[in-house]
Structures are given as C-alpha cells and as structure tokens.
Design a protein around this ligand. Structure first.
Ligand code: MEV
Length: 435
C-alpha cells in the first residue's frame, strides 16, 4: 500500500503503470475497465482530452443540455449549458420562457477590457522613474509591437500601461498596471505573453531613462479582477404582468422579490447564496463554451465585495408600477482561443449559439445568471425551493432504488404533495410489492 508515501515521477509513468499504482487504493475494482468506460473509444479524440491536462486517466462527465428560449436584446437563443445540479436547467428554462414573453433580457452596458500586472522592484531614483514613465511605457509598447500587431488588426491591443505604487508594500515596489482590449479572446495568453516580454525589456529601459539602480522583476501575470469587462443587464415589466405563481398576486410577488433582493444586498449571509444562484446559470454557460469558470467566479466575488462588504450582484427596484431587476457582473469570456474550439462539445455549443462574439457570449451568460437568480428568488418567495428540487430528488432516489416504470409513475403521483426522503420512497416502493 502506497498510502501516505510520496511518489516520484508519477507523470512519467505509462497509463498502465499509473493504473497499477492507483489500484493499490481501489483494490476491489477492475480499475482499468472502470476508468475505460468513461474514455472516448476514438483514440484521437480521447488523446485530445488527455492533452488538456496532466496525469489524465479518464474523463469526468457532466450533463450537457439546453436552456431554450432565452431572449437577449431581441434575439432568441437556445443556450447550451453544462451543470450537474438538478433543477438548475428547469429553473432557468422556466424563467427564460417567462421573460421571453415580457421583453426578455436587455443589455444596458458592456465592456471587454482586461488587466495585467508586471510587479517589479526598483532600487534607484523613484522620482526619476515616475517622471520618465511616459517615455518608458511608450518604448515598452514599441518593444512588444510584434506581439500586439495581430490583436491591433482585430481592433484591440494595449490601451494603457500605468505606473503604480501600493500602500502597504515596500517603497521600492512598483507595478506596471496594463490594460488591454482583447476583443473575442479571453486574453490570458495575450496579456501574459506581452507582460513577460515587457519584463525582459524593462530593466534596460529604466537604466537608460531613470538612471542607475537595480530593477528586479517579481512576476508578470494577468489580473482576474476584470471590473472593465462587465455586463449590466436588465429585466423590466409592468408589475401587473408578473403572474409567476397562481396563488400569489403580482403586486405581492413583486414586493416580496424586492425585499428578497434587498436582503441579499444588505446581508452577506444571504448575498453569498443569492450570488451562488446567479453563478448556477453563468458557470453552466461558461463551462459549456470551454471558458474558465474559476476566473469568472473570482472576478464576480471581488465585484460583489467592491465597497468592502460582500453584497448581491443583482438588485430589484419597483418604479411606480414597473418591476425592474438588474444584474451587474464582470465576465472575462472568449469565443476564440483556449478550449473554445479544442473541446468538441464547447465548439458545438458555440455553433448552436451561431458563433457569437465575446460580447454576445457575455450577454448570454449574464442572461442565464439572471434567469436562474430570478427563478430561485421567485421559488423562495412563493412555494419554497424544495418543491422543485424534490421532484428531481425523487427521480434520483428512484434511480438509486432501481424503480421500474410503473413504480416511478405511482411514486410521482403519491409524492406530489408529500415530503420526499430516501426512507419514505423506499417504504412506499416496498408497499407496492405484493405481500
Ligand atoms: C441553489 O443551487 C441556489 C439557490 O440557493 C439560490 C438562492 O438561494 O437564491 C436556490
């Protein structure tokens, strides 16, 4: 048993050797067969998946589906989503369809500028560095010209390269704060490449312009804080048209939705859950299109904390007789580069969306976030969330208990107005068996 033992050179083992090593942890399984089930029979495609990451032994599947009827700025999309959580797709579909009959999602603002940072220490004359920065930065931009040329042809490029110092950090610490327009790419590779090239040119340039003193590059990396790659989106409808639930008058519904949204704005305990509901929809699109959901999450949570308190990303207003809901969310998404074309299903997702540009994809992801957020809040202030969840939960339990078609039908009927639990379903199924 290798347990707790360090292992050297795992990455250099062959697949068979890795599996042999793993079988010490899973001795009762036919591990090779088990892992093989989830691999793609066609070697070339499997090879492609394995090349995305390291030490890959199998694929981990998640459901890929569609949220239909998402109306964004007057255009109808049927949106591919990847999510493992039950009820999310059903909730988004219900809200999307509801709003498609009430004008849909409207973009108020959108931007796609990204940031990068070159962190360095300069031991020389700080005032000279600051006063020569305009020339230094212009020469840096020239030095990376061959790297930015293509992006400029596409309408993007570096939009600024400022010099910063940060309170709390040593006096000799500086930051080149880079801003770039990366058009339809998420921009990570572009920004990192440019920053590293700038890092190579910077020490000599500083020496030449600002006089002697050692310049040491600490690190060069994009910033996932993307407050200028942002979507602001709105839903708006007369309150009298908000017939979401048969048992709740639209006026009462709007009032409770506003209070629920305000609670999420003022109370962090609620805000985190509220925003999680938004990311249920956003991440599902981000994953389906081969984008980086960790980057999107990190940026979203930073934005939620922008005034020092973690708050909701969406708000509700009642303006006279009108219900207005807004979402403001940073999204750094691409429709070229990264996995967007390499992952066969991500490529298909983008085909279904008719090859959107990055801005369109950002709007669609934001709309899905809003759809989920609206649906979650609407359930919470009316029936409660469990009713919807329990339908799916019941199906999962019936699957686990190997229920047949007739048993399933009877169980769905029986549990229509009862609390679902594994024990209750098991006991119901055994009551169906002849004694
Ligand atoms: C569950 O995945 C998401 C919700 O908790 C969101 C919310 O509470 O608003 C239902």
């Amino acid at each position: 048993m290798h347990s707790q033992q360090p292992i050297k050179g795992f990455s250099r083992l062959t697949r068979d050797e890795k599996i042999r090593w793993l079988s010490d942890y899973l001795p009762d399984e036919k591990l090779d067969d088990f892992l093989g089930q989830f691999r793609i029979p066609e070697e070339a495609t499997q090879g492609k998946f394995e090349s995305f990451s390291e030490n890959t032994l199998s694929n981990y599947h998640l459901p890929w589906g569609i949220v239909p009827n998402v109306l964004v700025d007057g255009i109808l999309y049927h949106v591919p989503v990847v999510i493992e959580e039950s009820s999310v797709v059903a909730a988004a579909s219900k809200a999307a369809s509801f709003w498609s009959q009430r004008g849909g999602f409207t973009t108020l603002e959108i931007s796609t500028r990204k940031k990068g940072q070159l962190h360095f220490v300069f031991q020389g004359d700080k005032a000279a560095l600051a006063s020569h920065w305009t020339v230094i930065s212009a020469r840096l931009l020239k030095a990376v010209g061959p790297l930015t040329e293509n992006m400029e042809k596409r309408g993007g490029g570096i939009t600024s390269a400022l010099l910063k110092q940060i309170d709390g950090l040593p006096d000799n610490y500086f930051q080149l704060d880079l801003e770039a327009e990366t058009m339809d790419s998420m921009g990570a590779n572009f920004i990192n490449t440019v920053l590293e090239a700038m890092g190579q040119a910077l020490p000599d340039l500083i020496n030449e312009m600002a006089g002697p003193g050692e310049t040491e590059i600490v690190m060069a990396i994009l910033s996932n804080h993307t407050p200028d790659s942002m979507v602001r989106m709105q839903l708006e409808a007369p309150i009298s048209s908000l017939h979401w639930n048969k048992e709740m008058a639209p006026e009462k519904f709007a009032e409770k939705m506003k209070l629920a949204a305000d609670i999420a704005w003022y109370d962090t305990g609620r805000a985190v859950t509220h925003n999680k509901g938004i990311f249920n929809g956003v991440d599902a699109v981000v994953l389906a299109t081969g984008n980086d959901f960790r980057a999107v999450e990190a940026a979203g949570h930073a934005h939620a904390s922008r005034d020092g308190m973690y708050r909701s990303l969406s708000r509700v207003d009642i303006e006279n007789d009108t219900f207005v809901m807004q979402l403001e969310i940073p999204l750094a998404l691409g429709t070229v580069g990264g996995l967007t074309r390499l992952h066969p299903l991500a490529a298909k997702s983008l085909d279904i969306l008719r090859q959107p540009d990055a801005k369109t994809l950002m709007k669609i992801a934001a709309a899905l976030g809003m759809a989920n957020n609206f649906a979650a809040m609407a359930s919470l202030v009316t029936t409660g969330i469990q009713q919807g969840h329990m339908k799916m939960h019941l199906q999962n339990i019936l699957n686990t208990l190997d229920a047949g078609p007739t048993e399933r039908e009877k169980a769905v009927q029986y549990f229509g107005d009862k609390t679902v639990s594994v024990a209750a379903v098991r006991s119901f199924l055994s009551s169906l068996k002849p004694t």
